[in-house]
Design a protein around this ligand. Sequence first.
Ligand code: PEP
Ligand code: MG
Length: 755
Amino acid sequence: MPSAPGGPRLLLRRLREIMAEPVGAQDRLDKIVILIAANMVAEVCSVYVMRGDGVLELFATEGLNREAVHLTTMRAGEGLVGQIAATAEPLALSDAQSHPAFSYKPETGEEIYHAFLGVPLLRAGNTLGVLVVQNRTYRVYTEEEIEALQTTAMVLAEMLASGELQALAPVETGIALRRPVHQKGLALADGVGLGHVVLHEPRVVVKNLIAENVEAELKRLEDAIAEVRATIDELIERGDVAHHGEHREVLETFRMFAHDQGWLRRMREAVTSGLTAEAAVERVQSDNRARMMRQTDPYLRERLHDLDDLANRLLHRLVGRDLVAGHGLLPDNAILVARSMGPAALLDYDRSRLRGLVLEEGGPTSHIAIVARALGIPAVGEVENVTSLAEQGDAIIVDGAAGEVQIRPNPDVEAAYAEKARLRAKRQEQYLKLRDVPAVTKDGVEVTLQLNAGLLVDLPHLAETGAAGVGLFRTELQFMIAERMPSASEQQSLYSAVYAAAGDLPVTFRTLDIGGDKILPYMQAVEEENPALGWRAIRIGLDRPGLLRAQVRALLKAASGRPLKIMFPMVATCNEFVRAKALVERERTHLANHGHPLPSDLKLGVMLEIPSLLFQLREICTLADFVSVGSNDLMQFLFAIDRENRRVADRFDPLSAPMLRALKHVAEEARAANCQATICGEIGGRPLEAMALIGLGFRALSMSPAAIGPVKAMLLELQAGKVAELIRDELEHDGGGDTLRPKLLRFAETHGIPV
Ligand code: PEP
Ligand code: MG
């Protein structure tokens, strides 16, 4: 078996010389294939480059017909080369032609070659092309040779990334590295943002690939590994994170990988073959990323992500940079791209420069999504591999309504979105004109439109939208974005600040709604089979009255001399509400006894989110000052559909008879008892649903800030009496569980109501 003259180290050194030569791109590539063929003792060496249209094109060859260069093409998946591109894995065969995927391209004249070794050109897990060597004989390529060709491929991938080969590709396609990518994800926060990628945790771009001194590089690698290991050990041993389940688990996984012999060996081998320490980490990481992008098992994917994180730490250590982006250096029109991100991290960025947020993880009820909505930043979550597909500074568009992302968009796509953004801005202007118009229907029904909020950053929306107050202040958000449990005085100062920001407008504070999907990272998690039905919200409040008492006291103190409205989440029985009321009463007495100024008026309400309360309406309406329907949870429990589970979350329509009847019952009983009934779930903010709610008799809706304009525009054109009649008839005569949506839509259309 022929052995490589000089081995990979010599090859890398020669490659570096060729890279530095002042020649054109094609000449350089031609020299490189000759060099590789000679070094690998192969008759053929070819480079196929992935074009922007996903087709692989022969860019250079030694050994095959030169005429085939820039003529021979294949799709990803087609032939052996296409297969390597599709799987992102090397392929070594002693007889290529007997392989079922072999696809014969007569113009290349390759029929005389038998042995075949191909490796993908990978960068950050993306396949940019394929590098192939072929031999006439039926030879077997050794592990070392495969490894050496992969190392060489890395240098070629960097050449591609530098943009040098762009000019050799057809103008209309370019090379894949810069191709436009359209990704679908999950809509998290409405709005359209156009801008440039800012990676929250920027990848280290390894510039120095080829080692001057292999021994010194090996030592750098070992030192960096030892340092990273020590940091992980230290983090694990440090008390403050030691008990928080998930966090600890991730660190334990890190520790396991940091000692993984296979991983370490591959990096050491890459250095021995002539790469710098950072290039070796990158080389192994790139393979790992390629696997990650193709892995469908969520558990294995998560582990590959962990390994990727660890490699990132190592890279940062080697090139000596901090892990987090310099927040001060945001360009204008920044679109943040991250795998995941905590809400506190988002708040650290300069809001005035942020145009959007794209995440690989993060569902609609994640904390980051809540904060993005509060800040009015268009956001899309669950965008697969976006941190690998997008490069720092790339043009990018976030469509937070459709849940889509366009990376490096074509000019026509960009123009279409710019138009969309302009139209939205125009519509917003029109809504702004409605700001001071009273929310009264055509037939004179007044509807109170309020905001849902949870952070101080939400409060400026009051003035912007002309909302009549805050109908739901989710107090748990302050707890969810904090590093540790907010103290009583921190709570009080937030509530005081909310009062100050709301001016004369009323605010309804909801007590802590934690548990279920709302997890406090610093609170010991309770293992539950079914957290949505578990120990949460008012249940925790009543079982651990210390927490609820402290919050109620903070609210009472913050109100000092002003009216206060408090409501309790997830109430299932009248008795729970009675106990919560008693707790508030005790706190009020306590403060009064200590000479504190009390609220000028105190109203206590329940959230109706659990169906059991539908069957205690008469009683609860006499006990409570108001009832606020949390339709998000009421839908979840009425239809037994997990609101977080995309498979089922949209399976049933809130505009179907069961939900509408439940809501009608609430409106009627509340009116009979002279108890105010409001809606504060998402349905109140959708114009068609809001129209139905008004028809059912609701006169107060609380919604996200962006919904106020559209809902007001709808009700200004509405005859409340007419829609009430339609719904009454439908629910009486047809209520087989079908949705009333089409009929309501037709009604809106015929009456010129914008929904
Ligand atoms: C609801 O359940 O409808 C609600 C308003 O509460 P949250 O969405 O915060 O659970
Ligand atoms: Mg709820």
